[in-house]
Design a protein around this ligand. Sequence first.
Ligand code: ATP
Length: 320
Amino acid sequence: MNTPAVRFAARTVRVKAPGKINVSLDVGPLRPDGYHSVASVYLAVSLYEEVAATSTETPGITVSLSPGSTLDLDAVDIPLDASNLAYRAAAIMADVSEHATGVHLEITKRVPVAGGMGGGSADAAATLLACDALWNSGLSREELAHLAAELGADVPFSLLGGTAVGLGVGDQLSPALAKAKTHWVLVTADFGLSTPEVFRTLDRLREAEGVHADEPTGVDPHILAALRGGDADALSRILVNDLQRASIELAPSLRDTLGIGESHGAIAGIVSGSGPTVALLADDSVAAEALAEDLQHQGLSALAVHGPVPGARIISDTLL
Ligand code: ATP
């Protein structure tokens, strides 16, 4: 009697994970290990990456970018090999999962590449969660966060979402209560900035000025209070990013972007993380939409978002 061949049942798990802005970012001096300690308040915003992880009969990991991406994929430089952060996340999950199969990752890119919003980190967070579900690895959120920290300083936050204080290199996260929304306009640039280069530039500027930065110990509690209350006005007075002047040194046009934003109604503006994305704070959602529209008329690429939003979440799980 012929035994019927067991048909391979492919399954796709689709996960979305948010990009982030740093509402505050204090950067310490260069440490002997080459890193910098930071103290930062992270805010997850409503601009999401999506990763669809499909099990494959052929072993191995493959990566593609979805034509549904809102970024111009011809204009960005994203590796599709083992150096892609999503690939690395799947490889780590395959190592710890008993029932790993081959997997294809299709990434829908919406967060600007090398924009200081942790887009690659969001892909990695989404992939961890997708492969965890695909392979029933049964890891706790804590174990996933541990793997996330191995992939990069911003990956644990994209998994967690919401609002959080980050210490260490940004990976020691404490969730902060902030249910109230704040509204922002993101102005994206048509170029990227390398995060390590921005840090090096800050070190160089500080050295030239003879400034010795202190190790950051914590974040300004007023920032957390303003976020908790959704108090945009209070927040507008205390946004801080130590990396901003280094980003502006490398890309002076960012100063103009901040100026244009403020002259069109933003109540404050800040370079997000290492930039070059600029986050402009608005009074409310109506003001943010109007500001985004105005800036688009000025020829800028602007998008209204809000935060906090949840971290990486499964949005579908389909047997093909
Ligand atoms: P961060 O703020 O965490 O430093 P970023 O948002 O400034 O990150 P990313 O978009 O995450 O920057 O990517 C930085 C670089 O990493 C890119 O220039 C790209 O070559 C590489 N990279 C690796 N994997 C990815 C990915 N999945 N998406 C985008 N870039 C990736």
